[in-house]
Ligand binder design. Structure first.
Ligand code: ZN
Length: 590
């Protein structure tokens, strides 16, 4: 067969999915475009459109494999599902400001028929039809009409689509496929293989994902996977909690306060030698001996969720199984008789609207998990961290003789400037001699250092409240953050280059003891001073807390407790469960 005939034959085969499913392709394309254009999920809408074309073509090609009658039924089913999901997603966006999220899906799945009916009455109002929701309804009606009466479509339109539209689209599809390949590869792993970000191979993590969950169908499927994952996590934790065992407790430290910071880069603290005075208060305390700075601490994750999960679970890297197979330190404290309170400026139970990451898991927002872990917690978050003091005061009436109090700050979470109230913008762009940075970049750098300075003040307010008590305080953030150190950028990345690792995984950590605690616990005070330069990773924090409390439990490992004589300082510190931090530093600096 001459080459020309082969090409013609291949072209006609490639054209067939569009010819056989022309109307389906056009209407699904318009539906996807409406959702991409009217729901500002991200700023890369043109790229989403590029991704939509090949995705639809693949669906149409698969439809061609089916027998004629079955194809019609499947097409009808797919269209119906697509319209319903897009209507729901767009409706949520119009009414709540955010499209489908796992927390919303979880609530919907738990809703009773009467609650659903009340919600429909409250939210579905005629005016919603004047929004993009109305356009989707009109599109669906038009689709049904043209399916039932194809003759309603003008002949010239059909002719144009066949002669020009389909060939033009077919010519564009391979280009669009190539242009959107990296995102498609990521989505294949996330949605079809149901792998979480933390399970993905490094080469996929290194790719910058441009469009993400770009249609309501992608979002719904992702949310379903998240809800399923949360359910599995909840089941695993529930059985781990039931197995948690406390043999006895000496209440060595009746009052323990844990302050968890956010995105705090150790290299931006004057406590660790940063040239600008970003933490004058804690520096003063360090000189007065009540505060002991640990010099070699890393976090296993540069993501909040994973870092906190490993900070709260008694699992440490190197142990068998997963973090959900082990009890949570909070539940162990409660079982030992401590009153446990969680005062967070990021997580509250069942948040009404979460416009941030789709990936926040339920450890701190799920009501069941919360009731397992905490006796009391605050109900709302605040613009600035200092307001957590009011929550602490209002919860103080519930405190008992033995308390574990956990403060969880918003700290230096991006955007840095938003974390700093008026009057705290002390550092300016002119304070930085960085000719490699623009003024705008130096302003962001100043914002980061101002947020750090303000964070130091918030900590000082917390310690002021505690200074007359018999209390030990532990401070550490979930992870660090890049902030123009040795680079011209900020925020987090998946890179494991040494500079990126140092900014994101090397974290500050200190312990502070009130005067009365120091007087009555000189053994612990001396143990902290001896341990201050030992290597430590924050996934071992629960064992340090349990040791401080004097809880006897088969789940406690003295080899993980920084202050115990049996502490094993030679344990590998695996970042992301994969990269040995100490080897990384040694091999890169050689
Ligand atoms: Zn974080």
């Amino acid at each position: 067969m001459p080459m020309r005939n082969v090409i013609i034959r291949l072209w006609s085969v490639a054209l067939r999915p569009l010819e056989v499913n022309g109307r389906f392709f056009v209407f699904m394309g318009l539906l996807g475009t409406l959702c991409i254009v009217f729901e500002p999920w991200d700023s890369l809408r043109p790229l989403s459109l590029i991704e939509l074309l090949p995705d639809l073509y693949i669906v149409c090609a698969l439809l061609c494999v089916l027998p004629h009658k079955a194809r019609g039924v499947v097409r009808w089913l797919l269209s119906t599902v697509a319209y319903i999901v897009c209507l729901l997603d767009c409706f949520l966006f119009v009414r709540t400001g955010a499209p489908m999220q796992s927390s919303v899906l979880r609530a919907m799945l738990a809703t009773t028929p009467s609650e659903a009916s009340e919600a429909l009455h409250a939210y579905v109002v005629p005016s919603v039809l004047l929004s993009p929701v109305g356009l989707i309804v009109v599109l669906a009606i038009l689709h049904v009409l043209l399916t039932l009466r194809p003759s309603l479509c003008p002949t010239w339109v059909s002719r144009f689509c066949r002669r020009w539209g389909a060939p033009l689209l077919l010519a564009c599809i391979p280009l669009c496929f190539v242009a959107s390949f990296t995102n498609r590869h990521y989505m294949f792993h996330r949605l079809l293989l149901a792998q979480r970000d933390t399970e993905l191979p490094q080469h996929i993590m290194d790719v910058t994902i441009k469009t993400g969950y770009y249609t309501p169908l992608h979002r719904l499927w992702h949310c379903w996977l998240e809800v399923r994952h949360d359910g599995q996590t909840l089941d695993a934790l529930a059985s781990s909690v039931s197995m948690a065992q406390v043999d006895s407790c000496s209440y060595t430290s009746p009052n323990i306060v844990l302050i968890v910071g956010e995105s705090l880069n150790r290299h931006h603290l004057s406590l660790y030698g940063y040239p600008l005075k970003t933490c004058p208060y804690t520096e003063t305390l360090a000189k007065d001996s009540g505060l002991i700075v640990l010099t070699d601490v890393v976090t296993p994750w540069n993501y909040t969720t994973e870092a906190l999960e490993h900070m709260f679970s008694l699992y440490s890297f190197g142990d068998k199984g997963f973090w959900t197979d082990y009890p949570l330190v909070t539940t162990l404290f409660r079982r030992a008789g401590y009153h446990v309170q969680f005062i967070s400026n990021q997580y509250v139970v069942n948040p009404p609207k979460n416009t941030g990451s789709l990936l926040d898991t339920g450890l701190f927002v799920d009501s069941t998990l919360s009731s397992i872990q905490f006796d009391r917690r605050n109900a709302t978050t605040h613009t600035y961290d200092e307001a957590l003091l009011q929550d602490y005061d209002s919860l103080s009436q519930w405190r008992t003789e033995k308390n574990l109090t956990i403060f969880h700050l918003i700290g230096q979470h991006i955007e840095f400037g938003d974390r700093v109230p008026d009057g705290w913008h002390r550092f300016k762009a002119t304070d930085y001699h960085r000719p490699d940075l623009t003024e705008s970049q130096r302003n962001i750098l100043a914002d980061y250092d101002n947020a750090t300075l303000y964070g130091d003040y918030v900590v000082s307010r917390i310690l002021d409240r505690l200074k007359d008590e018999n209390v030990v305080v532990i401070f550490l953030p979930d992870h660090g953050e890049r902030s123009f150190d040795g680079c011209q950028t900020y925020g987090r990345s998946n890179s494991m280059a040494l500079n990126d690792v140092q900014q994101q995984y090397e974290i500050p950590m200190w312990l502070w003891m009130s005067k009365s605690y120091r007087q009555t616990h000189s053994d612990i005070y001396n143990a902290i001073k001896r341990a201050k330069d030992l290597p430590f990773m924050s996934d071992r924090l629960p064992h340090l807390l349990i040791g401080l409390a004097g809880i006897q439990s088969p789940d406690y490992k003295p080899s993980h407790d920084l202050l115990h004589v049996q502490y094993n300082a030679r344990q590998a510190r695996r970042l992301r469960g994969e990269y040995d931090y100490d080897s990384l530093c040694t091999t890169t600096t050689q």
